[in-house]
Design a protein around this ligand. Sequence first.
Ligand SMILES: [Zn+2]
Length: 385
Amino acid sequence: MKTIRLAIFLGLSYAGLANAQDYQKIHKDMIVVDGHNDVIYSSVLKGKDIGKKMSSGHTDIPRLQKGGVDVQVFAVFSNDERWRTGAFKHANDQIDSLESVVRRNSSKIEIAKSTRDIERIVNEGKIVALIGVESGNMIEESIENLEALYQRGTRYLTLTWNYNLPWATAAAVEDKKPADLQKGLSEHGKKIIKKMNELGMMVDLSHASKKTFYDVMAISTKPVLASHSNAAALTPHFRNLDDDQLAALKKNGGVVGVNFYSPFLDTAYDSRVKDLYRKQFGQEPEKNKSVSFLYRKLNTENQHLANTPFERVLEHIDYLVQKAGIDHVAIGSDFDGIESPPQQLEDVSKFPVLTQALLQRGYTVEDVSKIMGLNFLRVLKANEN
Ligand SMILES: [Zn+2]
């Protein structure tokens, strides 16, 4: 197993597996990387023990093992402007809690700070934990805080969440404005990007406004990441990337991670949730309630029916591969940061289903290995010094 993993890691094709039907074995032999998961924020901070199999949520160590996940990026997440002060401490508290998960489960999981660590930990049969900080408010505008988070293991920073920062702007706010009023990176923002390039911390442009996206593209000396975003051409949403952005990402050598959130995959999702709500409750959904709220009111059976058909994930992958190229597509599930994963991809134990489907769709083992992990690792390595 070790030989195959290393061969794939080094970018060599493994012809012996090209025609194999045993997708389970192929999946096991790949280095599977999920570039975005919110379980620290959604469960660990609330005292839940992800060392044991849980009946709720999408992620725990037993299910990561079952899913053949070799490298899991754990997001250190902050979703609220009130964290602008105290956000750095909040980030450190979350890293503390990840470290305590790892200490309690040290035979099964270890934090990596480099691709060299990743190779070693994977070959020891353990899960690799990587840290990604979402979002940039957690450095509180300080380069020193950025460096401190790097020292603790942070290997990407998602510049913004869904609100603007003084030094970078968010798609949720900025992309609606007329072009001449849109702000991107400030001068201080440019210094932050320069420092990230120097340190070897990947710039994550999921959530960023178009202006910020292109400002980063113009100055980054390293390949960037859009850790959890889909194709806007298939599902128009401010969180997805349009064709020009995908072309820019390809030119930059970066990577886009497919997000499993139903509203980012499927334009019919909102109306499906509302229809199921009407069916279940026999009344119109309240106008001021969000689709997320309505979804949470649905019973388990209706939630399953509301979730995006699995095929839509494959369609987004096909499209991203077509526009950005096979070397620039990855996985960024967003598990535990989303309430409605696609059908058949209900939690982290289901990643083998994706490998199987991509192989059945005609992707080669080498192509699937790239999507399932190698592309992400290539970008990480290119950012290292
Ligand atoms: Zn996000």
